[in-house]
Design a protein around this ligand. Structure first.
Ligand code: EPU
Length: 417
């Protein structure tokens, strides 16, 4: 079994360069299928989630080449067949294949997608979008058979601004006949990245990044070039690392606007942070003030940064409140933080962090991706050795995590035990 071992207390100095966004890449890779010729996607992170999607593309018969940070996909040889459950259950984003296969072939058979166990994560809004555009869906024990002789543009109102449902509806609507309007759409930057990619292929999408997206369907989409935006959750995770242990730690190649809410909260805490056009420089600061944080869809405070930021809240002098509004079960990191010396009370949808508490190294487990990121941050400030088991979920989302942290002075390594 592989574990992450961290010897805490080391100052972090130098520069961390942020990779391409996981949550953009995992949508752009399936979206490539919609083109009739070769597509190049640049700045794709080398993480297990992108590997899993490449495996699905290969299974479907696409020609995929990986050249350093780029991935070149020729989808012209693709065939429509059911993706085996062991492939689709590896990650949430496998359900983007549902929409692109439906849009391209008018028929798809697939199982319920995988993903971190952080709440129920239903896909009803995605299915609602498919139905509105004319698809019929039959479901047998978490396996979906979806058909559409003809996809026709429609007015789709999402009950909540779901990232997945917004992207899935967009992916189908680009090839539907006529105009689709998605109301109450999610506004995350990853959605803009996907829309830009599809427009580069020849799609007609306006309004991505707002709550109303308009799509006029087109007959053909052609190969093109696109670039993945910097990962805003990786950005936020390392900014927090800098606030915990940094000495002028530079987080480079970022879009500061995408982490604005985190930066504002950190300024409210009193963190020493300088914001540049595409970087921030952040240092460990004494006497941090407690704050209240509530997770929300973009541009609100990202739920994916909720677990990482908890570590910083343990270092604020006084009681902070963190409210999770997106997922029902995203506090699995808390018992481990308490084991390390934190004093956190869990209520139904909130936690109360009583700071300031020093942390000490312990044997802990990464229950999900961002819980793992939280425990890495905790390990960086803890006294002694922290050993994190079940690191698979962490490696799903952070490219070269060990190398990036080692390069700026952390003592962190992957060990076989
Ligand atoms: N929801 C429904 N029905 C739906 C869709 C969503 O009830 O049909 C609910 C979900 O259960 C959840 C909320 O709406 O409570 C938000 O879900 P959303 O669809 O927005 O999330 P997602 O598309 O499944 C993506 C990211 C998540 C990130 C969320 C929110 C990917 C692959 N995943 O998930 O990323 O938390 O958006 O920003 O893009 C992560 O990276 O750690 C991660 C979990």
């Amino acid at each position: 079994m592989k574990v992450l071992e961290i010897n805490g207390g080391k100052t972090l100095e130098g520069t961390i360069r942020i990779s391409g966004s996981k949550n953009s890449s995992v949508a752009l890779i399936p979206a490539a299928i919609l083109a009739d010729s070769e597509v190049t996607i640049c700045n794709v992170p080398e993480i297990t989630d992108t590997d899993a999607l490449t495996e699905i593309l290969n299974y479907l018969g696409a020609n995929v080449k990986r050249a350093s940070e780029s991935i070149v996909i020729d989808p012209s040889t693709i065939v429509n067949k059911e993706i085996p459950e062991e492939m689709s259950s590896k990650l949430r984003a496998s359900y983007y294949f549902m929409s692109v296969l439906l849009a391209k072939f008018g028929h798809v058979e697939m199982h319920f997608p995988g993903g971190c166990s952080i709440g129920a994560r239903p896909i009803d809004q995605t299915l609602k979008g498919f139905k509105a555009l004319g698809a019929t869906i039959s479901e047998e024990e978490d396996r979906y058979i979806i058909d559409a002789d003809k996809l026709t543009g429609a007015h789709v109102y999402l009950d909540m601004p779901s990232v997945g449902a917004t992207i899935n509806t967009m992916l189908v609507a680009v090839k539907a006949h006529g105009k689709t309007i998605i109301e109450n759409a999610a506004k995350e930057p990853e959605i803009v990245n996907v829309a830009t990619f599809l427009n580069n292929m020849g799609a007609k999408i306006t309004g991505a990044g707002t709550s109303e997206i308009k799509i006029t369907g087109v007959e053909k989409l052609e190969g093109c070039y696109t670039e993945v935006i910097p990962d805003r959750i990786e950005t936020g995770t390392y900014i927090i690392a800098g606030a915990l242990m940094g000495n002028h730690l530079k987080i480079d190649n970022i879009i500061p606007e995408h982490v604005e809410m985190l930066i504002l909260k950190m300024q409210e805490m009193g963190v020493d942070i300088e914001v540049g056009p595409d970087f921030v420089i952040v240092s460990k600061t004494e006497s941090l003030h407690p704050v209240k944080i509530k997770t929300q869809g973009y541009p609100g405070f990202a739920t994916d940064l909720q677990q990482p930021v908890t570590v910083l809240l343990t270092q604020c002098e006084g009681d902070s409140i963190l409210e999770e509004t997106v997922y029902e079960n995203r506090f699995k990191n808390v018992p481990y933080l308490n084991q390390m010396g934190a004093n956190i009370e869990v209520f139904e949808k909130k936690i109360k962090i009583h700071g300031l508490t020093p942390l000490q190294g312990e044997k802990v487990e990464a229950t999900d991706l961002r819980a793992g990121a939280c425990l890495v941050l905790a390990g960086l400030i803890a006294d002694g050795i922290t050993t994190i088991s079940n690191i698979g979920p962490v490696l799903r989302g952070y490219e070269h995590l060990v190398e990036k942290l080692t390069d700026v002075g952390a003592s962190i390594s992957l060990k076989e035990v």
